[in-house]
Design a protein around this ligand. Structure first.
Ligand code: BDR
Ligand code: CA
Length: 335
């Protein structure tokens, strides 16, 4: 069986960097084919997300693959950056080498469409940043939901779990709610037409906040690997620990993005339930909220599966062990 083709749409970002390293390791091990990387403005501006993605791909020793710049900001509102969360350039305390990797001339939305059309029914899309580029791709080719083999979103928060940006919103959705809602609507339309269209898996804070990277794990990573990618990742993570500490979570880091990348590659290990999900774009106090209708109140088709747990002995910690081991397997390139 040929390895599953995967497209990552990311906004690196510290935990995005871990997702990139993990996916490169899985690619080099022959378990997936990392087909394309799309960069979206999010944690930092577009120029930085592109430069960071390329630098992390370099450090991880990724082969040449299309890397494209996508949306430079949200659809309808000004872009809010998060230097306090990911550092001024999105790599925390890590100094990233200047990349020599050239970016793809296509726009990120076009790359989404081309990658899906090259692997009809097979490509798994993983989104670890705002949905802005994906929303543009859906406008470019409304058949996208039918063309993808799967879509896994790091976004939202469900079942009453509090937000990390407002009391009810998660950051990736909050920064561009119109885009996230366009994704929900596109799949609702596609699934109303054809129930066989696979529903996106929404991985929200209710699950991803359980993926906690501790300083001890960074130490263990450095004991096991002295590679440039491992060193840079731990430098970046130190900033993420400081951020989480500053907001009262403790000196640790919730690493949503690599955890979600792992979930995308292990669908059999994910506990998820169907729902109709839409994003609140108007509410004065609730803008950015992911509203899940699990009881059919609105009489609309289910357009999502909401991840609630991971079926692995040892839970999210064991998943992080696997991610760490994958990163250790990377010899990477010299920095
Ligand atoms: C999400 O927001 C970003 O800051 C992280 O990279 C992650 O994708 C968590 O809310
Ligand atoms: Ca991210």
């Amino acid at each position: 069986m040929s390895p599953t083709p995967v497209l990552l749409d990311c906004d690196p970002g510290i935990d995005d960097a871990l997702a990139i390293a993990y996916l490169v390791a899985e690619h080099l091990a022959g378990r997936i084919e990392l087909t394309a990387v799309v960069c979206t403005a999010g944690n930092v501006g577009l120029e930085d997300t592109v430069a960071n993605a390329c630098a992390w791909l370099d450090l991880a020793g990724a082969p040449e693959l299309p890397v494209a710049a996508g949306a430079s900001g949200p659809i309808a509102v000004p872009h809010v950056l998060t230097p306090e969360t990911h550092g001024p350039r999105g790599a925390g305390h890590a100094q990233l080498p200047t990349t020599t990797r050239s970016t793809d001339p296509r726009d990120g939305a076009r790359l989404w469409v081309d990658a899906a059309r090259s692997h009809p029914g097979e490509l798994v899309g993983i989104v670890t940043g705002p949905s802005s580029t994906l929303a543009h791709a859906l406008a470019l080719d409304p058949a996208l939901p039918r063309l993808l083999g799967g879509l896994v979103m790091m976004g939202g928060t469900f079942h009453g779990h509090p937000g990390n940006t407002t009391p009810v919103s998660e950051w990736n959705v909050d920064v561009d709610p119109e885009a996230a809602d366009a994704v929900c609507l596109a799949w609702e339309t596609a699934q109303a037409d054809d129930p066989a269209v696979p529903a996106p898996l929404w991985c929200g804070l209710n699950l991803t906040e359980r993926a906690v990277w501790t300083p001890e794990r960074s130490e263990r990573l450095l004991e096991a690997s002295d590679s440039p990618v491992a060193r840079r990742l731990t430098e970046a993570l130190r900033f993420y620990f400081e951020f989480h500490d500053s907001v009262g979570e403790g000196y640790l880091a919730q690493v949503h993005d690599p955890f979600v990348a792992w979930l995308a590659l292990h669908p059999e290990a994910v506990v998820a339930g169907p729902a109709n999900v839409r994003v609140e774009c108007a509410g004065e106090h609730t803008r950015g909220m992911t509203v899940a209708d699990v009881r059919g109140h609105r009489g609309r088709v289910d357009n999502a599966r909401i991840a609630t747990d991971v079926l692995v002995p040892g839970g999210p910690d064991a998943v992080l062990d696997e991610i760490c081991a994958a990163i250790v397997s990377l010899a990477g390139r010299p920095d």
